[in-house]
Design a protein around this ligand. Structure first.
Ligand code: SAM
Length: 234
């Protein structure tokens, strides 16, 4: 359960209305029952249910069960999709170990920049479901050119490019070495020729193919995240 209070031994946690409903009416928890809580900073804690009325419950943090891990160094950059699939994409990025989620506005991006608070809520929900304690940071959307202009060249940028030459992503990914990595997936309409040209010319960019088929952006994102984690991540 994600909570918004500092966690230490004896700390009191007051779940919000939706969480209270979940504890009392979905999990049917009674006084003395325990649940795992986290706040994204203090690790995971066992918390015990105190007095429970119909509307109000309090939990007391008892013991830390997992220390707070370091945030994942994996930066996931993607061109926003239509809202429904955006929720899906954020959820998969959390499940696949992204540490920072960066929406990127490209020439063919459809629609407005996604709402950061909505993406953050999706990220928290995904973290609760898959047991991620370091909830990924959600950055404000930036234009592709601004992202590349301000790029920290000590970080490699893996660019998912359906026209990338070469015989497959594994060799390219394994050659990346220990530097922190970012992943970039384009919009449903693809990158423009100018964007693709700029990306390919950048010294910190590694373009990788993801097979001979044209994948939907969210499919490409999951495939690429899985490859990056399998070759570089945890
Ligand atoms: N150019 C595509 C087309 O012709 O329909 C449109 C882009 S595709 C739907 C969305 C994004 O997924 C691309 O920008 C790219 O980043 C990634 N992608 C899709 N298929 C890929 C592949 N086979 N190899 C590498 N990246 C791929």
């Amino acid at each position: 359960l994600f909570v918004k209070v500092p966690l230490s031994e004896g700390a009191t946690v007051t779940p919000d209305t939706a969480q209270t409903h979940y504890l009392l009416h979905v999990l049917r928890m009674v006084e003395g029952a325990e649940v795992l809580v986290f706040n994204g900073v203090d690790g995971e804690w066992r918390a015990r249910l105190g007095h429970a009325s119909k509307k109000l419950v309090t939990l007391t943090a008892v013991e830390q069960t997992r220390p707070q891990p370091d945030p994942s160094p994996l930066l996931f950059c993607f061109a926003p999709l239509k809202v429904g699939r955006l929720d899906y994409l954020v959820q998969k990025a959390v499940e696949m170990g992204a540490g920072t989620i960066q929406p990127v506005m490209t020439q063919h991006t459809q629609g407005a920049a996604p709402r950061r608070d909505k993406m953050q809520a999706n990220a928290v929900e995904a973290a609760e479901q898959c047991g991620v304690l370091a909830v990924p940071a959600i950055e404000d959307a930036v234009k592709l050119d601004a992202l590349l202009d301000g790029w920290d060249a000590s970080r490699r940028l893996v660019f998912c490019d359906e026209d990338a030459p070469g015989d497959g992503p594994l060799a390219a990914l394994q050659a990346l070495g220990p530097s922190p990595v970012a992943l970039l997936v384009g919009p449903e309409g693809g990158f423009s020729d100018a964007e693709r040209q700029r990306l390919r010319a950048l010294p910190f960019v590694t373009a990788i193919p993801l097979g001979p088929r044209i994948l939907r952006a969210d499919t490409a994102a999951v495939a690429a995240l899985a490859l990056v984690q399998a070759t570089l991540g945890d």
